[in-house]
Design a protein around this ligand. Structure first.
Ligand SMILES: Cc1cc2nc3c(=O)[nH]c(=O)nc-3n(C[C@H](O)[C@H](O)[C@H](O)COP(=O)(O)O)c2cc1C
Length: 331
């Protein structure tokens, strides 16, 4: 075995020259760590988690979605992580697709959040039907509600829902009229500018999910969905897929705001374009509010492969977090 290893070293040396170094605000301290297993457990919005990881809202409403959600929720239950469901809009008025989302039994004691878009909240307010939100959360046995704010995504859709009030006004009415206590607000991949973030930090919500720029981008995805963008008619809209804010930018703003308002107790899901678990670790260490690291598309990739692939990926993420805790120190 050892001889084989030594031979591998000779064979692979010239393929193993690395010049790209990830620039960050941390020191690598090989002298100061050991390979100990760390306790990664944490509390987040009132729940105890075994590791600071969150599966960001994705899917529902198709046969495949049922299996994806089951795989994701099962992995969360096993590794002690939290999860947001994809838009549960279809459950507001019908139980036809309930099985796609009905995964509380898989995730068990760990947090599971339902999800609706700001446009649905607006429509429910207009129709005096907000009680359907509570009913939907109960149906799913969910721990709370994520509201996604996605005006650019809606604007790119043929069938998009257009808002006649600002999300800020809609949310203020919602908070006045609604009894749901556990609310998270997120974007869908383009993040929030500093003014929106500051307002979110002052809202009666539990957490903000950054859903920043740099990964899955729904403005781009919706542009790709319909033929008009290919025919060129949507050419003037293309740049809208390339604006927004990264999680890193948003963390800098959050840190400045909480320097000004030390009593802020919001919690943060750092997500959207998080390039790797180590990148997530650096961001989390920089964030001065209690936070988790969230991924959508990276988990989707493995959930589509199956339960085992997903579990292996999460195990490696946890191993990586241990290594980071052991050998990386803040400057
Ligand atoms: C297939 C898919 C479906 C999604 N559906 C929703 C959704 O229904 N509601 C929502 O809030 N976000 C949705 N998102 C956005 C993600 O929650 C996340 O904010 C975004 O993908 C950025 O994260 P990522 O770069 O890790 O993929 C979806 C993402 C994917 C990949």
């Amino acid at each position: 075995m050892s001889e084989k290893r030594k031979q591998d070293h000779l064979d692979l040396t010239f393929k193993s020259q690395v010049t790209h170094k990830i620039e960050n605000e941390f020191y690598y301290e090989p002298l100061l760590g050991s390979h100990q297993i760390r306790d990664l457990s944490t509390t987040f919005i009132g729940h105890k988690l075994k590791a600071p990881l969150w599966v960001s809202s994705m899917t529902g409403g198709t046969e495949k979605a049922k299996l994806i959600n089951k795989n994701l929720a099962r992995a969360c239950g096993k590794f002690g992580l939290g999860m947001g469901l994809g838009s549960c809009r279809s459950l507001l008025f019908s139980n036809e697709r309930i099985e796609d989302f009905d995964v509380k039994k898989e995730i068990g004691e760990f947090p599971l959040y339902a999800n609706l878009g700001i446009a649905q909240i607006s429509q429910l307010i207009s129709n005096n039907q907000l009680s359907l939100v509570d009913e939907m959360i109960k149906k799913l046995n969910a721990d709370g509600l994520i509201i996604h704010i996605n005006p650019l995504q809606e604007a790119m859709q043929e069938e998009g829902d257009f808002l006649n009030k600002t999300p800020l006004d809609i949310l203020n009415i919602f908070f006045d009229q609604n009894k749901v206590e556990n609310i998270i607000i997120k974007e869908v991949g383009q993040g929030f500018g500093p003014n929106s973030l500051k307002l979110l930090l002052e809202m009666p919500i539990k957490a903000i999910e950054l859903a920043g720029f740099g990964g899955t981008n729904f403005t781009y995805l919706e542009q790709a969905r319909h033929s008009k963008s290919e025919s060129g008619r949507k050419e003037p809209l293309k740049d809208f897929a390339h604006i927004g804010h990264t999680a890193s930018e948003m963390i800098s703003w959050i840190n400045t705001f909480i320097d000004e308002n030390k009593s802020c107790n919001k919690e943060i899901i750092i997500s959207g374009g998080v390039k790797s678990i180590l990148n997530g670790y650096f961001l989390k260490e920089r964030c001065n509010l209690n936070s988790l690291i969230g991924f959508a598309s990276p988990y989707l990739k493995y959930a589509l492969e199956g339960e085992q692939a997903l579990e292996e990926f999460i195990s490696e993420q946890i191993y990586a977090l241990n290594l980071a805790e052991n050998f990386i120190l803040r400057k």
